[in-house]
Ligand binder design. Sequence first.
Ligand code: PSV
Ligand code: MN
Length: 388
Amino acid sequence: MAKQDFRTAAFDNLAIELPSWAFGNSGTRFKVFGTPGTPRTIEEKIADAATVHRFTGLAPVVALHIPWDKVDDYAELGAYAEEQGVRLGTVNSNTFQDDEYKFGSLTHTDKSVRQKAVDHHLACIEIMDQTGSRDLKIWLADGTNYPGQGDIRGRQDRLAESLATIYQHIGENQRMVLEYKFFEPAMYMTDVPDWGTSYAQVSALGERAKVCLDTGHHAPGTNIEFIVAQLLRLGKLGSFDFNSRFYADDDLIVGAADPFQLFRIMFEVIRGGGLEPGSDLALMLDQCHNVEAKIPGQIRSVLNVQEMTARALLVDTDALTAAQEAGDVLGANGLIMDAFYTDVRPALAQWRAERGLPEDPMRAFADSGYQNTINADRVGGTQSSWGA
Ligand code: PSV
Ligand code: MN
């Protein structure tokens, strides 16, 4: 039997950070499709993110990507976000789109290129000072395509040195999170391919440096919830980039490809205290909506995280521990499956109604006319996309 109720402080604490870039156009290397109503500016992206929050009550924070979301006055941008009902969050750096970075950024053999990449991160920290953002997120495209192309160990040493320089500038109330990815754009080896490498690098820096786990950045079959459990146990899981994958770094809607995996991940997050008051674990989305509508895509995503969190909270953990200790394999597994198979949607609709939120956020958004309004208003200019 599953527990009857998921309503705990942990559940009410759930807050998901939205990536500004989810609202811009994106695609594959074959085609980027434009869509009516796509934001032209960061302000319009924030307005869309705030809409997701208004309909769900789950998404109070928007992450920026620099230089895509560069503005002259970040304090003003922060004030604009607050007027919209959200705040600015993680600042994501970008050292993957300049020609100089062809052979690496923080790992490059040329000191002047490394310095350029370090300086970019220092500029991101200055932005964080103005926006009040806590986290600097680093994902590197650094790596090599062919055996022998680079000195694997030398690249790790240069990475450690560059990260240490950046970390010195991370403020008392700020953190650095280092994301790993096992392939792409580099194909033979990436410089931060796995949680072990990220953990080793951030552990050398200090307490305010942690690992970012992007759910799409693992080989097929990887037991991601094990990594979650281990990093939480070590106090080093800083943040998630949630999305779904079938084959590669697909950046699909979280919970779409494998809701059971998301359930298992959220179970370990809860088990590891990741939703307790005072936890500093950031739950972020890192998605691109290439063919589906973007705002409802984000609404669906945060609802998926909420739904799997609710189901994970239904696991009768006392009974589970007893079954585990008694060696009752099928009993223990049954407790997990009972919770996973429980339909929490009616209870979630009620939870929303009690908070003055629409019981069905997807329908409420569709009925709101917001999409028609932005389609009509956002004419002219350049739609945001990769690189803008
Ligand atoms: C590239 O894989 C990537 O999706 C990383 O996951 C980053 O978090 C994101 O781009 C934004 O830079
Ligand atoms: Mn990511």
